[in-house]
Design a protein around this ligand. Structure first.
Ligand SMILES: NC(=O)c1ccc[n+]([C@@H]2O[C@H](COP(=O)([O-])OP(=O)(O)OC[C@H]3O[C@@H](n4cnc5c(N)ncnc54)[C@H](O)[C@@H]3O)[C@@H](O)[C@H]2O)c1
Length: 242
């Protein structure tokens, strides 16, 4: 698997940038998708021969198609896709505007769908592939002031399960991650009462770390992950027990 081409979306973010680093460290070539080049500049370029940073809005199907074509031309067909691009707001139902609903559903759910749909023909050509989609603990158990976000992330779990069944004959494995609160720079800036409420629900008594999540991604992309599909992996310190 070490020479595989991987695509990571949301690649300049807290979780995305560490995922890019881990996949480069495994010897993969990595196409790093993010919405702005400024953000992508934060990814270290030590492995630049195997790193292709691309400015892509994952909610724009034309931009996604064009980006995949560049990946194939410059790195080769992708056998791995890690959909991390996403965002959140802490906002009550009454203050959830139609515009905010559309933003969260488009980015968190439609963006994931578009990248999966575009990746699958290349994975079929390769005879198989791995897809990891970013959901959230809120997509499993819900949370106050998370209506649109929880709906988008529950949607990611449904999308993942349906794709896992449809794509199993092609040996394309599709799994979801549903982490508990993880203090990336974006999340560290959220309201204190929201963060404290999350911590109070975690029996292990700490927030998640980026390493907790990247470790799960590495497992799912490894040989040891070859019999898992349609699953939701929740790094959550005991917050939710299915
Ligand atoms: N940090 C947490 O506590 C936590 C918990 C559960 C799930 N998640 C999920 O993990 C993912 C990453 O979270 P994070 O904390 O690292 O956030 P982050 O904001 O640091 O990273 C998200 C990245 O997505 C990029 N992005 C935004 N819009 C985009 C678009 N239209 N096209 C392409 N890229 C776009 C951003 O520029 C950013 O670099 C998100 O999907 C989030 O919902 C995070």
């Amino acid at each position: 698997m070490s020479d595989e081409v991987a695509i990571v979306t949301g690649a300049g973010g807290g979780i995305g940038s560490e995922t890019v680093r881990a996949l480069l460290g495994d010897g993969r070539s990595v196409a790093a998708f993010d919405v702005s080049n400024d953000i992508l500049e934060q990814i270290p370029s030590a492995d630049s021969g195997r790193l292709l940073p691309l400015e892509v809005d994952v909610t724009d199907s034309g931009a996604v198609d064009a980006a995949f074509e560049r990946v194939v031309a410059e790195l080769g067909p992708p056998g791995t896709l890690v959909n991390i691009a996403g965002t959140n707001r802490v906002v009550s139902l009454a203050d959830t505007t139609e515009q905010l609903w559309d933003l969260l559903i488009d980015l968190n759910l439609k963006g994931t769908f578009l990248c999966c749909k575009t990746a699958v023909p290349y994975m079929r050509q390769l005879g198989g592939g791995r897809i990891v989609n970013m959901s959230s603990i809120f997509g499993i158990r819900g949370e106050v002031q998370q209506t649109a976000y929880a709906a988008s992330k529950a949607g990611v779990i449904g999308l993942t399960r349906a794709l896992a069944i449809e794509l199993a004959p092609d040996q394309i494995l599709v799994n979801a991650l549903a982490p508990v609160m993880t203090l990336t720079p974006r999340v560290a800036g959220l309201a204190a009462d929201h963060k404290e409420r999350q911590l109070s629900k975690i029996p292990l008594g700490r927030y998640g770390t980026v390493d907790d999540i990247v470790g799960t991604i590495s497992f799912l992309l490894s040989e040891a992950g070859s019999f898992y599909t349609g699953q939701t992996f929740s790094a959550n310190g005991g917050d939710t027990m299915p």
